[in-house]
Design a protein around this ligand. Structure first.
Ligand code: PGA
Length: 252
């Protein structure tokens, strides 16, 4: 079992040349990384996946896409299937990021179908869930998480094929890119619930990694890492700067 996972979500912030440069730096970092159980996963844009997979061949660094189609194949202009992602070397894929839910109107049902397609292509989904600022203010965080999680857990429980490892990233929408992070006690309550809920709802029990995302950087990561049941981080802004990402990996 890996000790921790660090997922770099570069979003649409890195042109191809920058992405390749950053990948080379991460490759060097892993060569000098003492703790080989720390798993790094880089998630560039679609066109960068294949050249990055080539660069990282025979290294332990994982490659992830930021999205995939809910369909297997067919007349869906502009979509990318899970099978294609697997063929270019992806072993992870982020699904249900709040930016996809907000800007591209992805529902829990669409996200659940994507998870099913990823299982079929032997890709580990990194499933994002998180409450909005309003839900947070109204004390409805756990309710919102349950609503997002349950259709996906249903797919997992009924899937013929399912990855051995599941990744669930809790990302409060109000914490993404804002510099705000939930306080430690609140985070602990949320992760206690997530851990218990996932363990009891998944049949049979699987190896589940719970990640936190939302303004993770070299200043916030140490405190966040003290919260029990956090197995890793989904890092946006700070993963675009090699030095900052390196500090996150070494500090937590
Ligand atoms: P952030 O983004 O680290 O810039 O807050 C996290 C994410 O959106 O996954």
């Amino acid at each position: 079992m890996k000790s921790r996972i660090y997922v770099a979500n570069w979003k649409m912030n890195m042109p191809l040349d920058g992405a390749l440069e950053l990948t080379k730096q991460c490759k060097k970092l892993m060569a000098h990384q003492d703790n080989k159980e720390k798993q790094i996963v880089l998630c560039p844009t679609f066109p960068a996946l294949y050249p990055i997979a080539k660069l990282l061949q025979s290294t332990p660094i994982g490659i992830g896409a930021q999205n995939c189609s809910e369909h297997e194949m067919g007349a869906y202009t502009g979509e990318v299937s899970a099978q294609s992602l697997s063929q270019v070397g992806c072993t992870y894929c982020i699904v249900g990021h709040s930016e996809r839910r907000n800007y591209f109107h992805e529902t829990n049902e669409i996200i659940a179908r994507k998870v099913g397609k990823l299982f079929g292509a032997a890709i580990n989904p990194i499933i994002c869930i998180g409450e909005t600022a309003k839900e947070h203010k109204d004390n409805k965080t756990l309710q919102a998480l349950e609503q997002q999680l349950d259709p996906i857990i249903n797919v997992i429980n009924n899937a013929e094929q399912c990855s051995d490892e599941l990744y669930i990233a809790y990302e409060p929408v109000w914490a993404i890119g804002t510099g705000k992070v939930p306080d430690k006690a609140t985070l602990q309550t949320t992760f206690n619930w997530l851990h218990a809920h996932v363990q009891s709802a998944l049949q049979p029990a699987k190896s589940v990694y719970l990640l936190y995302g939302g303004s993770v950087d070299e200043h916030t990561v140490k405190d966040i890492a003290e919260v029990q049941y956090i197995d890793g981080f989904l890092v946006g802004g700070a993963s675009l700067d090699f030095q900052k990402f390196k500090n996150i990996v070494s500090l937590a």
